[in-house]
Design a protein around this ligand. Sequence first.
Ligand code: SF4
Length: 443
Amino acid sequence: MYKQIRFTSFSFGCRVNEAERIEMNREMIAAGFILDHKRPDLFIINSCAVTNKAEREVRQLIMKLKRDNPNLRLVVTGCAATYWRKNKLWKNIPIDLIISNNQKTSLISQIKEYHISNPSNLAVFQPRQSNSDQLQQDKFILSGRVMIKIQDGCHRFCSYCIVPHLRGKPKSRKIYEIIQRVRENQQGNHINEIIYTAINTEAFGKDTGESLLQLIKTSIHQIKVPRISFGSIHPWSITKEFLDYYRVNIARKRLSDFFHVPIQSGSNKILKYMNRGYCIEDIEERLNEIQEINPFALIATDVIVGFPGETDTEFQNTYEALKYLPISKFHIFRFSPRRGTAADLLRKQLGEPTSQEKQDRARILTQLGKKKYQEFLTEQIGSTNTGLFIGNNKDALQQALMHNQIPVTIKTNEDLNGRMMQIKILEKKNERLFGVICGPDRT
Ligand code: SF4
């Protein structure tokens, strides 16, 4: 008997991967597959290879899924899949279909072909509208948030990073296509927030003759979505023009006050080894300006500890920089060499800190990050801004994400998931902020 193929998906790593996963779901439904998280026949993994740990986690999930259900068909794509194919590393991993990044555009047809060429599957496909009800299961869509990928690939070749080797040269979507994609998402759905994701925002538009600032301005003027934000905004994108526009009232109202700026190190020597093309003084100037424009803006960052050549002195420089810069949220990574990158050669020349040193340094920065984040939360008490309700909590405590993306808990019996309201932050208890609704959203 013929049956429709049920599928689910999971992504590791960055927000670009997550945006791709959501788009894949949409396209799979349109192609006639059924989204079913509980009893899938097919599982798509959008993998990450940015660190050894990320890659290990992908492998662990694959093994677990096959152990729990040997009949489940596994399709693996993304950076780890590309890395494994390139280096012929996947022979002992139980994958049914492995699809490199450069073949992702034909992912659906490859999956269909796989099912059609295997008669035991007896698959049948009934295409549906891409804005199908099935997508409503997604927690982002439920609260009216949509991630849109605006760019792929990278030209920077930071010495530690495998991504340019796996995703290739920068490719941007044209602004009109992005706006069209937002409008498609708005059909039948109320969208509160657009989250633009890119591998490197600096590269956006370089291949199409457009710019990130044009995208921001066009989005603000042409689409009716209250909040526009970025997964990450890379240090090179925070230009004078960008900051001048952030000062303008209309931008301040619509652009989220959240800036995830991956600086990677606070030591100029290490930044040079990393090939980042800036020094910590440049970063200081730009981040201070964001804070001067809006003291409530939340600035977050990624930092790598234990890079080749990082002695106690360089680590101390990073610690001091993170202490005084207006950054309140840290994501700390321990350096792990990736075959084929410049840093892999560098570590042979310069040596690298021991794993104990990396662990200690990561712990010290994590503690500093926690302290600064709590201080930042305390500074929010008494402020009022727009909050977007996400999820629904049974004990009448609901969570809203403020304009700077910090979560605030509100006591209410009403189901406010997906609504935007004015919220006043009242207090901090057990490291969480609590607030009250003080009116409907005015944006
Ligand atoms: S900017 Fe650097 S870290 Fe980011 S993807 Fe490009 S090479 Fe990798």
